[in-house]
Design a protein around this ligand. Structure first.
Ligand code: NDP
Ligand SMILES: N[C@@H](CCC(=O)N[C@@H](CSC=O)C(=O)NCC(=O)O)C(=O)O
Ligand code: ZN
Ligand code: ZN
Length: 379
């Protein structure tokens, strides 16, 4: 038990007060965890494009004021009544995709999407309907059930997993989103070994897909990005080729070019951009009869995907993947072990670091295009 157990903690957090505004460092009061809740001292957090998506106002579920962040690592400070899955002092990764092991979704064996806390999570509150965060007495919303841009956060016990204390939290925090998402999107799909694959968007997610496809033995991995600087990144992580759609002859669509160079199209494609036009290209670049396109990117409010239904009638499959289809409480300890054993790359993705008081600098880094992941030191 620590001397803060049962007390409100006053600490620093980056608060986004309104859509489109930069984050503001605030003194925040973090209430103790209630039943089946866990309070975590966050030590490190990545900044994901999805944080920027919600900050910008593009997220139809976005609520303000809010403490964003969902790619964190920290230490359990205290636990509420009934918590048995983690203990004070455990090193943990918060999970924006919960795993209760009791709900219809968890028991189905068909999905990692858990239903236990998703509704309240989407409303920016804890499962009992209230927030644990206040600034000057005013409640501030939680985000994705994690809010890792605060030095202390409170999460549901089904939304956190303990990991090996020897694992560096400034690296394995990226298993809270980017690395796990991209790893699972590939590993949980049969048939990638020996197949040709195209990956649209060479950010952290796209690079993770490229690297995992390489590890599982894809024969050809074509990276597609409009930023020419991404070619060296893609090849370093295992892409066999790089195509910049902006460098194609005028009027030539990227999907037609990919079909030409692959004798009819790709076995597997992945959208890692969040752009609905790219999603269409990724689907239409698939081989007739069997090609499978996975949407990973998150599109802005109001955006919709479209294609000719004939694309599906003729055997292409359009699917999506959230958190890589990974059940966090069950699978995360093994992912951490795989990282420690050198089987999963993480260090390579951390191109930038920032202190909490310059977290907006991390968002700027992301926009500059040369940043794969920025990890924020929360101390
Ligand atoms: N489904 C899930 O569970 C998850 C989804 N996501 C989503 O995945 C997406 C990728 O995330 P992340 O890797 O962090 O984002 P990044 O912004 O780092 O990467 C996206 C990449 O796509 C490139 N790009 C933009 N437009 C095009 C285009 N027309 N054709 C090809 N490439 C293009 C960007 O280039 P440039 O730098 O020039 O813009 C950038 O290199 C986001 O939408 C994010 O919200 C993230 C985590 C989990
Ligand atoms: N709030 C958005 C949807 C955002 C979204 O799709 N999130 C992904 C994770 S993105 C991580 O960086 C996800 O896992 N979705 C599943 C879920 O249950 O949210 C909107 O309303 O469009
Ligand atoms: Zn993310
Ligand atoms: Zn569940």
């Amino acid at each position: 038990m620590s001397d803060t157990t049962g007390k409100t903690i006053t600490c620093k957090a980056a608060v986004c007060w309104a859509a489109g505004e930069p984050l503001k460092l605030e003194t925040v009061q973090v209430e103790p965890p209630r039943a089946n809740e866990v309070r975590i001292k966050i030590l490190h957090t990545g900044i994901c494009h999805t944080d920027e998506y919600t900050r910008s106002g593009n997220d139809p579920e976005g609520l303000f004021p809010v403490i964003l962040g969902h790619e964190g690592g920290g230490v359990v400070e205290s636990i509420g009544e009934g918590v048995t899955s983690v203990q004070v002092g455990d090193h943990v990764i918060p999970l924006y995709t919960a795993e209760c092991r009791e709900c219809k979704f968890c028991k189905s064996g068909k999905t990692n999407l858990c239903g236990k806390v998703r509704a309240t999570q989407g409303k920016g509150v804890m499962p009992d309907g209230s927030s644990r965060f206040k600034v000057d007495g005013k409640p501030v919303h939680h985000f994705m059930g994690t809010s890792t841009f605060s030095q202390y956060t409170v999460v549901a016990d089904v939304s956190v997993v303990a990991v090996d204390k020897k694992a560096p939290l400034d690296k394995v925090c990226l298993l809270g989103c980017a690395i796990t998402t991209s790893w699972g999107a590939v590993v949980k799909q049969d048939g990638i070994k020996g197949s040709n694959v195209a990956v649209f968007g060479v950010g952290a997610i796209g690079l993770g897909v490229i690297n995992t496809a390489n590890v599982v033995g894809a024969s050809r991995i074509i990276a597609v990005d409009t930023n020419p600087d991404k070619e060296s990144w893609a090849k370093k992580l295992g892409a066999t080729e790089f195509v910049n759609p902006k460098e194609l002859p005028e009027g030539k669509k990227i999907q037609d070019h990919l079909i030409d160079i692959t004798d009819g199209g790709l076995d597997f494609t992945f959208d890692c951009t969040g752009n609905v036009h790219v999603m269409r290209s990724a689907l239409e670049a698939c081989h007739k009869g069997w090609g499978v396109s996975t949407v990973i990117g998150v599109a802005a409010a109001g955006q919709e995907i479209s294609t000719r239904p004939f694309q599906l009638v003729t055997g292409r499959t359009w699917r999506g993947s959230a958190f890589g289809g990974v059940k966090g409480r069950t699978e995360m300890p093994t992912l951490v072990k795989d990282y420690m054993d050198g089987k999963i790359k993480i260090d390579e993705y951390v191109t930038h670091t920032q202190k909490l008081d310059n977290i907006n600098g991390g968002f700027k880094d992301m926009h500059a295009g040369e940043c794969i992941r920025c990890v924020v030191d929360m101390s």
